[in-house]
Design a binder for this molecule. Sequence first.
Ligand SMILES: Cc1cc2nc3c(=O)[nH]c(=O)nc-3n(C[C@H](O)[C@H](O)[C@H](O)COP(=O)(O)O)c2cc1C
Length: 180
Amino acid sequence: MKNILVLFASPHKQGKTAALLNIYLEQYLQTLNDSFKVDILPVFDQHILPCVGCNICIKSCICPQNKKDDVKKIFSCILKSNHVIIASPVYFSGFPSQLKALIDRAQQLYNKKIKSGEVRNLKMRTGALVATCGSDNKNSFIPLRECCKQFFDCLDVDLSSKLYAVNTDNLSNIKIYNEN
Ligand SMILES: Cc1cc2nc3c(=O)[nH]c(=O)nc-3n(C[C@H](O)[C@H](O)[C@H](O)COP(=O)(O)O)c2cc1C
């Protein structure tokens, strides 16, 4: 059984990112021989406090904020998954703030990796970035891809697929493409 987890970072459950996610899932699920379960986690509905750079996790590898919000639970869902998808719109050349807050909290996992001496991405699970942007500018996805890779490195997720849609603000001329 393959567990597929979607970190759904758009505030619009029926918007452009949701439509692109459906296209991705349709294609991806066809490649599976196993049975599967898809869980969609709406990041905007989660309680996620920001990293405040206290650096406590450098020594303890645990963020003090974990006791107060949903981040520990979300990381444990990711670690139980076989395929992790980030589905997100581009906001000012980055991820929407709620997802970025989650990503920054992975600093505790990064520090855990350093402490254990295993800083490589062990690629224990595969992952995908599914992203949309309003403009016709393919470069908009570069910072998202780099941020996603760093986040996935902390969680041993191999970023194996990227599906993008540009020009979503011009409905008659949306372009969808894969990046290798
Ligand atoms: C706060 C905000 C910032 C945005 N920044 C960008 C941007 O930097 N570049 C871009 O091409 N589109 C930008 N957009 C447009 C969205 O990326 C685009 O409309 C996206 O497809 C919306 O997806 P959704 O329907 O899932 O919300 C921005 C939209 C918002 C609301």
